[in-house]
Design a protein around this ligand. Sequence first.
Ligand code: B12
Ligand code: SF4
Ligand code: SF4
Length: 303
Amino acid sequence: MKNLIERLAENFRQYDAKISILSTTHLGELRDRFQKFVLSGKISEVVHDKYIKRFKFDMPEALPSAKSIIIIAIPQKISIFTFHVQGKPYDVIYPPTYLSRDVRMNCLKTLSISPDMSDHHIVRATLPLKLLAASSGLGVYGRNQLSYTEGMGSFCRLEAYFTDQQFDEYDLQEVGKLPECAECSRCVKSCPAKCIKGDEFYIEAERCLTHFNEHEGEFPEWIKPKFHNALVGCMMCQKVCPLNKTLAKEKERLDTFSDEETDLILKKVPLEELPEKMRSRLIDMELDDYYPMLDRNLSALIK
Ligand code: B12
Ligand code: SF4
Ligand code: SF4
């Protein structure tokens, strides 16, 4: 007879996803692991304030009786958009993990229709997901500070949910490193911003290209035009990784924007003033959040 977690894992297999479970009794230890890193001085104030301080290692207010955390790794492909400028097509990369709405919806749907979960509540966790994956055996860290899951490389989106369902006790795992990193430093060499700290398995996040191109504002001068390689985010430290080699070949073509449509983006026509069909296509592909910086990011790629 299969146990609870095996049955749940089976339901997630339809998305080729893998899951792991941690007990909420581990929250204190997770906080300690995270704090140890924070206190080591490796996180700058800007990164701490922008991304880190919102993490909550307490029982969720919406579900104080939470017993477990379900961690999910869902594989995603590199996507491609084509933009046209004066009749010339430009294929532009949209990295894995930026399509998140469907992933979240599928996770919630799968959890809520699983018979073992029907009498239980689910609340999304605001926690550091890579640490959850590493501490539950779902992932290991690469030198590029990304989480690698077997069969998915680093091309997987991570999600985590609290639930009041009680699973078997699962021990907290030691955080692991990819054994392949011992003989490799391709990601370090490929990083245009030189922010991967070779032996220490962490990045200077405040220099990562993603930290700049996911937000509005001018790029600092030290970010050279040749650094840009994706519509949002950056693919360099992932695409050179041998663990992602096969996966990086599988690209999904998402949409094509005509000369006129590309022109509207480059002229910064506000999202709400775009032709309705174009606007809803952008929303479908979750580019609405990044629309205010799309003209800047796209210009950097097509020059
Ligand atoms: C803040 C953030 C960023 C910031 C900072 C990134 C960073 N490295 O911290 C910026 C904007 C730069 C960023 C960039 C990207 N991000 Co981001 N980001 C996040 C976010 C919101 C929090 C990450 C975080 O906690 N950082 C703080 C650091 C300190 O935590 P940590 O990396 O886990 O570090 C721990 C280890 O070093 C660990 N540690 C402890 N003991 C030990 C022992 C050993 C042996 C080792 C090795 C480590 C170790 O200590 C640290 C703390 O515990 C998460 C979503 C979430 N809620 O978790 C997504 C997330 C991490 N991002 C993601 C992605 C995909 C990216 C990009 C690839 C996007 C892109 N294509 O451009 C880049 C990759 C940059 C890189 N090489 O890391 C994915 C990663 C998926 C995966 N498979 O790993 C996440 C999980 C989003 C998601 N839902 O899937 N991101
Ligand atoms: S590129 Fe090499 S060093 Fe970097 S994460 Fe992949 S295996 Fe590790
Ligand atoms: S995402 Fe790009 S800039 Fe950020 S660490 Fe990786 S290679 Fe460097």
